[in-house]
Design a protein around this ligand. Structure first.
Ligand SMILES: [Zn+2]
Ligand SMILES: [Zn+2]
Length: 155
């Protein structure tokens, strides 16, 4: 991973055992989890291989209203803490994908803890999960982008 800004380093600590990144608040809990389980099925939010395994925190319509998102794109937006976005190479207004299945648009919000993912309540149904579940979110690289890169080298 290339060097990232120092700001985001403050929030994240690398576990010496499993190499996941966890926030300071979760370090003790993570160490307990990590002792018991080698497969990184942690109960706290963490980053593994630039994927954010975040705790789902649903936002009410009223909370989303307060974030001043244009109504037209609001339904497609998920909220991620800027430091988590940075660590996972998820960019503002760019696509990100849940559990390799559902594509949404990432939006930074410091109201969301770095280990959480803020979604609108009705998205819980689409994702087939409930509040406080852990879900995987990562930057989505679209196929056409990959294809155009390949076309740059037509041998
Ligand atoms: Zn660990
Ligand atoms: Zn881990």
């Amino acid at each position: 991973m290339p060097a990232k800004s120092k700001v985001s380093k403050i929030d994240w600590h690398e576990c010496v055992k499993c190499k996941c990144l966890v926030i300071g608040r979760d370090l003790v809990k993570h160490a307990e989890d990590c002792e018991k389980d080698e497969n990184c099925l942690h109960s706290c939010g963490h980053i593994k291989d630039e994927c954010l395994h975040g705790i789902i925190s649903p936002l009410t319509t009223k909370e989303v209203d307060g974030l001043n998102i244009p109504r037209s794109c609001r339904d497609n937006i998920v909220f991620v803490n800027p430091s988590a976005m940075k660590m996972c190479n998820i960019h503002l207004g760019k696509e990100c994908i849940f559990n390799d299945q559902l594509i949404k648009i990432a939006w930074p919000s410091t109201l969301i803890s770095p280990a959480n993912i803020g979604i609108q309540e009705d998205l819980l149904t689409d994702l087939n999960c409930k509040s406080s579940d852990i879900i995987k979110l990562e930057a989505f690289t679209c196929i056409t982008e990959l294809a155009s890169e390949v076309l740059l080298h037509p041998w």
